[in-house]
Design a protein. Structure first.
Length: 217
């Protein structure tokens, strides 16, 4: 059986929220209005404190790209990531990636970002795979404006990681997960080696109670 090191993206490998960075990019490019930017910031604030109705909010966010070719969004995400996010990888994150790579562990991004940002991140930082939110396209490759289920958050991360582990013969009991949010608790419980990175108050409390190691990136 193989060992994997799963990594969250926002406030873990990078200190910021990639959704916020991406929203500002869309606003600067004229693809998002000031009102849409404000709503995005509000949703992100609620999400940080686990107060957001993620199913509803993510469904509305997906409508932003309805009818746009997925290939176009993938290209834009790749360009944006290389320009604005690649160098934001924290020193601790880079060190952890290098250590797991040297140990022969599979490096997997496990994030509630979109498939387009996850793919860009994995290519940019030379990870082995990514698991993220799916935004379906129609037969012509145009975005439908819906989100795939389950969302890659909370128990959804566990669902995706377990399916990936079965397909790639990974032993989750010997694997690692780096996360920062209380919503990451189910996945942190699922692996044998939870790693808490810059935790929010809820996750910090759980980490203290369970003796999980807390690291700073």
């Amino acid at each position: 059986m193989k060992v994997a090191a799963f990594f969250d993206l926002d406030r873990t490998l990078i200190r910021e929220n990639s959704g916020k960075l991406y929203a500002y990019n869309e606003y600067r490019a004229g693809r998002m209005s000031a009102w849409q930017l404000a709503k995005s910031a509000y949703w992100l604030a609620l999400h940080h404190y686990a107060l957001l109705d993620v199913e509803s909010a993510y469904g509305k966010a997906a409508m932003h790209w309805r009818g746009v070719p997925g290939s176009e969004v993938a290209s834009l995400a790749k360009q944006w990531f290389a320009r604005d996010v690649h160098e934001r990888l924290t020193p601790g994150g880079r060190r952890a990636l290098d250590e797991h790579r040297n140990d022969g562990h599979m490096l997997v991004l496990l994030s509630n970002t979109s498939q387009y940002i996850a793919a860009a991140a994995s290519e940019s930082w030379q990870l082995d795979a990514w698991l993220a939110n799916a935004i379906p396209c129609d037969a012509q490759g145009r975005i439908l404006g819906t989100m795939g289920s389950p969302l890659c958050i909370g128990p959804g991360k566990v669902h995706k990681a377990e399916a990936f582990a079965m397909e790639h013969e990974i032993d989750l009991a010997q694997s690692y997960f780096y996360g920062d949010s209380i919503t990451d608790a189910p996945m942190l419980e699922r692996v044998g080696h939870p790693r808490i990175v810059n935790p929010d108050p809820g996750l910090a409390k759980i980490a203290r109670e369970r003796g999980w190691p807390v690291v700073s990136f």
